[in-house]
Design a protein around this ligand. Sequence first.
Ligand code: SAM
Ligand code: SF4
Length: 334
Amino acid sequence: MLEDSYGRKIDYLRLSLTEKCNLKCRYCMPSGDVPSLSSHKTLSHKEMIKLAGIFSELGIKKIRLTGGEPLLYVKIIPLIRSIRRLKGIESISLTTNGILLDKYLKELKDLGIDSINISLDSLSPAKYKKITGRDDSAKVFKNITMAIDAGLKMVKINSVLSPFIDKEDILGLINAFEDLPVVLRFIEMMPASSLEGIECQGPSAESHSYDIASLEHLVSSLKGYRPTKKVYGYGPARYYSSEAKPLVIGLINNKEEVCFFCNRLRLTSSGKMILCIFSGKSLDLKESLRQNNSREFIAKMITSFIKEKPKNRTIASEGAYENCLNECMYRVGG
Ligand code: SAM
Ligand code: SF4
């Protein structure tokens, strides 16, 4: 079992399959052309499976596939099949923008994908297009309902509180999903290098038209919704539920309080292992593989690197804002 210097057990890996995406969300990707990584700079399919295997031997039990857009990774189905075979992996989940979900849903379900997070910030086609570059909100909504109908164990909707979002978008999502068994999570926007030209500021700035505190106020004022201690998944959210409705609402902020139970690691498609989204430290596992190091050697590198996982960091920690600005979310996997 992997354990960091503060006694936290690390059993959750977010694996980013590709930097490519079929959307261009303004808080995630830089404006203008986004150069794609040449194939020798990204992990090969074999390398990805080998690293997933090493992580599972070290005690990783849950793997979430992300990106970029993970459904653009052409070998996603064989990859999931291979990860399924790894001893010790109890759960495989996916974070997707949902555009291609209808094409893959059946196979994903048959492969036992436990939980799918689908990103949708607004149901308004114009607003969705303003944020993502495509007016596909209706398609994503339809694919979310397909996923629910397919009987997946858990369907969550991720909605980023960017400055483009207003009360109407938030209430629109809540109304559309209130009778469905889903978890709708509103996520505080994080700074990333892609944010040039949109209003996201440093730690002390008032950055969003809707911040988590005002959203908390809004959700508490909804008839029947009360805070619940029940946890949905492994993310750092606070949840609200209602006895009258199946919808659960989650609020995710980037405050220090969530670090106490952080159990996660990230691996990018270029093979960089990242310990914390607010820390600039990373370990290049691709290079280590390509130097023909043994599994045991790489496992030792990982185990000792874990000890550098910071105790607690937020966007307000020294250097964190700059580190975030050095990375784009589509690289890190969110
Ligand atoms: N393309 C997939 C998607 O959008 O769900 C997976 C990758 S995306 C980077 C993973 C998650 O990160 C999404 O839920 C997305 O909304 C979130 N995300 C991207 N940029 C963000 C930012 N600046 N702040 C907070 N969340 C962000
Ligand atoms: Fe693509 Fe997801 Fe980033 Fe949007 S948030 S640009 S869908 S990777």
